[in-house]
Design a protein around this ligand. Structure first.
Ligand code: PNS
Length: 183
């Protein structure tokens, strides 16, 4: 591959890698990718294969949902990786890791991860983007919890993800019963 300067090659331009579990992808993630495309020529959405985290969706299911969403966006490449992120990044032409920050509570975890990655590969920087105000309360974990308990997650994740969540948590359709304290 012909490289010109750091993070650029003649065929792909500036490339950022956006790693995560994406279990499942949310509009918070999508917002980060879309804003990153204003800065980078390509964004690689890299789905981590991490069975220890006991994901709800298999890596194939996560790949399918993310690929379906970005099918008309050629500037987004969707892939999965096993093992260390720095090893995966080294096989691509990206040198910048992209991560979203929702709140200060994310900072400690992200700071540790970015520092560890930089210690493993001193040339590798992590770039943080603040999540848009509309999505700062959205996380894959809360989406799964709300969906499992029968709550609506429409507008927070793509429609396909809403359908996949409903399929996963085959919840019986029960009529809501009003609680009457005077019974
Ligand atoms: O969406 P997540 O679960 O916060 O993403 C975390 C992820 C997948 C980016 C992180 O766990 C990761 O990079 N895993 C690959 C293994 C690795 O490289 N670990 C060392 C970095 S501390």
């Amino acid at each position: 591959m012909e490289k010109s300067k750091k993070g650029e090659d003649k065929n792909m331009g500036k490339v950022a890698i956006y790693p995560g579990s994406f279990d499942p992808i949310t509009y918070g993630h999508i917002d980060i990718v879309e804003r990153a495309l204003e800065i980078f020529d390509k964004v690689i959405v890299a789905i981590a294969v991490n069975e220890e985290k006991r994901p709800l969706f298999s890596v194939e299911e996560r790949l399918q949902m993310v690929k379906a969403f970005f099918k008309d966006t050629p500037k987004v490449i969707v892939d999965s990786f096993k093992g260390l992120l720095v090893d995966y990044v080294a096989k691509t032409n990206a040198i910048v890791i992209l991560r979203g920050l929702r709140a200060t509570s994310d900072f400690e975890y992200e700071f540790h991860m970015a520092s560890m990655n930089r210690s493993l590969d001193t040339h590798l920087d992590t770039l943080f983007m603040m999540t848009s105000k509309d999505y700062f309360f959205v996380s894959s974990r809360t989406i799964k919890e709300v969906a499992r308990l029968g709550g609506g997650v429409e507008g927070l994740v793509p429609d396909l993800v809403v359908r996949r969540l409903k399929e996963k948590f085959k919840l019986p359709v029960t009529k809501r019963k009003q609680i009457r304290w005077d019974d």
